[in-house]
Design a protein around this ligand. Structure first.
Ligand SMILES: *Cc1c(COP(=O)(O)O)cnc(C)c1O
Length: 342
């Protein structure tokens, strides 16, 4: 009988012994002065993996997204994003308060609007209208079931935006999950994106941090915004070391999380108590709509040591990660299926 299986989020991972040793031994300096060699190595490593010129380490994905929006817009501009994007739902309205932009939200199937939808959403050069300057996409897409969006779909949306003079930001909090699930390099998924935020604190298993990548002048501006937002960190190599360790050790194993998520998804699909949201290319998130109230179901699962999150009155989410093994996933699948069936 396994202990508590915590599927509320992949943010719950804790550093293992190897990661802690890497953190303890990290070579450090004052990163605001550009003198932390470990932070610099993490930035260079991420930029290289994503095929970008430069990168900057930020405390969170939320700050990374906000700094990218602020760096690529002016107050009063309009930013196009999917209606269910993390930027829209879970970032406390930061883009409105801090960057002073207005969001134009579109409903898309998998979180990336298709090219005609992008083209149609861009405002005309009319004195009455806001200026459209940025398209934000999310890959994988959390709130739409953790689906990975393939490179061609991303490129089509990005090219439509670029054609009309907009820039493109990718919220790639789980970009590596998308790359692994699609069997492509992460660079291919963002080759038409100007900026990308990747979280090392999710499935990659680091305790803190995200990295923003892009072209050198834009990253310079994002770095300025990081400082302005209070995100300039000093001997940050201690946490950057965890990110480097994660990139070195925890990338390929994301496939195990996806396999474990499939086991749980099959458990959900086998019951009549819920409807599984099925993205074209699933990853480590299992999202489903329940007949009974989600809070009551979650409480019953909790009684059996399985923790899941409620995403709405009748919506639940399980996320697999580094600290859930195959046996744990099988046990969780059985509990989830039994509770949903009753
Ligand atoms: C977690 C997440 C973020 C924000 O990351 P934090 O580090 O928690 O601020 C942004 N976008 C998506 C899709 C996420 O899942």
């Amino acid at each position: 009988m396994p202990g508590i299986i915590d599927l509320r989020s992949d943010t719950l991972t804790v550093p293992d012994e190897g990661m802690r040793v890497a953190m303890a031994r990290a070579e450090v300096g004052d990163d605001v002065l550009g003198e932390d060699p470990t932070v610099t190595r993490l930035e260079e490593d991420m930029a290289r993996r994503l095929g970008k010129e430069a990168a900057v380490f930020v405390p969170s994905g939320t700050m990374g997204n906000l700094a990218c929006v602020a760096a690529q817009t002016r107050p009063g501009d309009e930013v196009i994003a999917d209606a269910q994007a993390h930027l829209v739902l879970y970032e406390v309205g930061g883009t409105a308060i801090v960057a002073g932009v207005q969001l134009r939200i579109l409903d898309s199937i998998d979180g990336v609007p298709d090219a005609p939808a992008v083209t149609e959403a861009v405002r005309m050069a009319d004195i009455h209208q806001p200026v459209s300057t940025l398209l934000c996409i999310e890959n994988t897409h959390n709130r739409r079931g953790g689906g990975a969006v393939d490179a061609d779909r991303v490129r089509a949306a990005a090219r439509a935006a670029h054609h009309l003079g907009l820039r493109v930001h990718c919220d790639g909090a789980r970009l590596f999950n998308a790359a692994v699930a699609l069997g492509v390099t992460p660079a291919e998924l963002v080759d038409e994106c100007d900026t990308v935020t990747v979280c090392v604190s999710k499935g990659l298993g680091a305790p803190v941090g995200s990295v923003v990548s892009g072209d050198t002048p834009t990253i310079q501006e994002v770095r300025r915004w990081r400082k302005r937002l209070g995100g300039g960190m000093r001997q940050a190599g201690v946490i950057a070391a965890a990110g480097l360790y994660a990139l070195e050790h925890n990338l390929e194993r994301l496939e195990e999380d996806h396999a474990n998520a499939r086991v749980i998804a099959e458990g959900v699909e086998g019951t009549s108590g819920a409807t599984l949201r099925k993205p074209a290319v699933p990853t480590n998130i299992v999202l489903f709509d329940t007949r009974a109230p989600a809070a009551a179901l979650a409480a019953r699962m909790r009684d059996e040591n399985v923790l899941v999150s409620t995403m709405g009155p009748h919506t639940m989410r399980c996320v697999t990660h580094l600290n859930v093994d195959a046996a744990g996933a099988r046990h969780a699948a059985a509990v989830v299926a039994r509770v949903l069936r009753d």
